[in-house]
Design a protein around this ligand. Structure first.
Ligand SMILES: NC(=O)c1ccc[n+]([C@@H]2O[C@H](COP(=O)([O-])OP(=O)(O)OC[C@H]3O[C@@H](n4cnc5c(N)ncnc54)[C@H](O)[C@@H]3O)[C@@H](O)[C@H]2O)c1
Length: 414
């Protein structure tokens, strides 16, 4: 299959978002914005290669095996164990793949690949994704988009130049709560949006030092940051998506590492990242976004969950709720989301194309639905995250231009 049409842009401007949103709402569709569209439906399977078959690469392979129309053809990983493990797993599903140690050899030899999944560590996303895009492949890449904003931007530019689709894993965009919130926004129940809060809360859940996950998550040189880059990516991107991905104007932020941890785990894990990140972000059009992301915080919960608020109503994502004033009475509303979601699946075509990031990416490659601009959202999220780190370091608010100017590539040249 070969979706040919070149995406007109990898950035979702607010105006275009609103236009696309109106069209989607008119068509009775569940989500948008729709910014990148593939060609007509392919008649054959999508042939996929994987770069990085570690923990998350295997999860992605397993998820894609459940999606009709995907055929794995090759795996590249520098670790023979990862090559073997993934190859055997795929063989068991009657999908024999050619294993490679060097991804460049895979891209050189596997001319028939339509698309590549990148699930390597953050600091090599740019190297791998850009090479795959330049080889003419569509790319699905793990979050965060890259180790830094500069590298993420280079990936988005490479996708634009190659005319190929770049999608970043942002699972929260595909939750039923996000779809419900978008419907309320599209149908005008929130009025003029002006305030949003992105919240992620863990009472005590720092990777490695609190007992799970690897030390890769807690070392700045590998993960580039802590709670903000690990989990904040999901929550910030979700809220930006609901707001229509407005331009970032400035960011004020602070990071904290206060709660004691087991000393031997801290040393072994070389823990040097934040457990709490806070931000105040000024967005285009007078919108204000507050960011609060914790891996560890002495609270029962961090207030209420992520939310978006407008002149007519507000929506909270978790637990899901809608708040307004009706007949001059304050109203708190709940919804039966599972029932609505079931009905949408039965009655509205292509609802399954929004079931997960992988399902969406595949449906976009098949030309069934336009691709949500996850790369644009992930890049804006990275700008905000780097803005919080930069502001915390400088002790003052920073502009979007300053964030961009300070962002340096950490991409490894392999
Ligand atoms: N593990 C999770 O729970 C999780 C969840 C969501 C997203 N992610 C993201 O997934 C990505 C991968 O994380 P992971 O946890 O799977 O890491 P991992 O260390 O388990 O796996 C990474 C794999 O990439 C391979 N690799 C490293 N450098 C390579 C190179 N130059 N060429 C080819 N292969 C190379 C490694 O050998 C390994 O098999 C990261 O971006 C991470 O942020 C991870």
């Amino acid at each position: 299959m070969s979706p040919r049409s070149k995406p007109d842009s990898t950035k979702c401007s607010r105006r275009r978002f609103l236009k696309a949103t109106a069209a989607a709402a008119g068509a009775g569709l569940a989500v948008g914005p729709y910014v990148l569209r593939a060609g007509p439906s392919p008649s054959s399977d999508i042939r996929v290669g994987v770069i990085g078959a570690g923990t998350q690469g295997r999860v992605l392979i397993q998820n894609c095996l459940k999606i009709p129309g995907v055929r794995f053809a090759a795996i590249a990983d520098i670790w023979p164990y990862s090559q073997r493990y993934a190859s055997r797993r795929l063989q068991a599903y009657n999908q024999p793949v050619t294993p490679y140690e060097d991804y460049r050899e895979m891209l050189e030899r596997e001319k028939e690949l339509d698309a590549v999944i990148v699930a390597t560590p953050d600091w090599v996303h740019a190297e791998h994704a850009i090479a795959a895009l330049e080889a003419g492949k569509h790319v699905y890449c793990e979050k965060p988009i890259a180790g830094t904003y500069a590298d993420g931007k280079a990936m988005v530019e490479a996708a634009r130049e190659a005319g190929r689709m770049l999608s970043i894993q942002l699972a929260t965009l595909f939750s039923v709560e996000t779809k419900a919130a978008r419907r309320l926004i599209e149908e005008g129940y929130l009025g003029q949006l002006y305030f949003a809060k992105s919240v992620g809360f863990r009472r005590r859940g720092r990777p490695y030092v609190d007992g799970y996950g690897t030390a890769n998550f807690v070392q700045r040189k590998i993960a580039a940051g802590g709670a903000l880059l690990d989990m904040g990516v999901y929550h910030i991107a979700q809220v930006l998506y609901l707001l229509g991905n407005p331009e970032v104007e400035s960011v004020s932020g602070a990071t904290h590492q206060q709660i004691p941890m087991y000393e031997d785990r801290r040393k072994q894990g070389r823990y040097d990242v934040e457990e709490l990140a806070l931000g105040l972000v000024r967005l285009e059009g007078g919108l204000t976004l507050i960011v609060e992301e914790s891996w560890a915080l002495h609270l029962a919960e961090a207030g209420e969950g992520s939310r978006v608020v407008g002149s007519k109503g507000g929506v909270r994502l978790s637990p899901f709720g809608y708040f307004s004033t009706v007949a001059d009475m304050e109203m708190d509303a709940s919804f039966i989301l599972q029932q609505a979601d079931w009905r949408w699946h039965q009655c509205i075509a292509d609802t399954d194309a929004y079931d997960s990031p992988q399902a969406h990416w595949v449906a976009a490659l098949q030309g069934r639905v336009p691709l949500i601009d996850t790369a644009g959202l992930a890049l804006a999220t990275m700008r905000i995250s780097e803005g919080i780190y930069l502001s915390a370091r400088l002790g003052r608010e920073v502009t979007a231009d300053e964030i961009e100017g300070n962002s340096k590539s950490t991409a490894l040249k392999l």
